[in-house]
Design a protein around this ligand. Structure first.
Ligand code: 5GP
Length: 121
């Protein structure tokens, strides 16, 4: 089932420049910025500039160019923030109510800088 994209969501407003953000990286199709409420020493959100509600919408609907741009941006953020060494990092996305997604614009959380613990409670 396709979910309708809400253009008033907070990340759409960030993309329109209505709300400030601490940008880590901007590419033609993606934006990476620090999470406002970091859960780890490194906590960056990477979003596509296109209007996609969640991972499934992005993976199914984005162009090849957008998909490559987004994943390369994620990799570049990991490299820039020193996460690609032996200690590692976590890249995770939430979707919908069960996934406890708060902002309905697809985003990948990139977390690192400490041992993150098990994923599921
Ligand atoms: P979700 O639960 O949707 O996967 O994660 C949403 C994330 O967005 C949360 O980690 C939250 O702290 C972050 N967030 C919410 N509002 C803002 C904001 O205005 N600016 C930034 N930089 N992050 C935000």
């Amino acid at each position: 089932m396709t979910k309708t994209y809400d253009p008033t969501n907070i990340f759409a407003r960030i993309l329109r420049g209505e709300i400030p953000n601490k940008t880590v990286l901007e590419t033609p199709h993606s934006l990476a910025f620090h999470d406002i409420n970091p859960q780890a020493p490194v906590h960056v959100l990477v979003i596509p500039k296109g209007a996609y509600v969640d991972f499934a919408a992005f993976a199914a609907q984005a162009s090849a160019e957008e998909l490559v741009d987004f994943h390369r941006a994620c990799a570049q953020v990991c490299e820039m923030l020193g996460l690609t060494g032996a200690d590692g990092y976590r890249a995770i996305t939430n979707a919908g109510a069960h996934g406890m997604q708060e902002v309905p614009h697809y985003h990948l959380h990139i977390l690192g800088g400490r041992v993150l613990g098990r994923l599921v409670e």
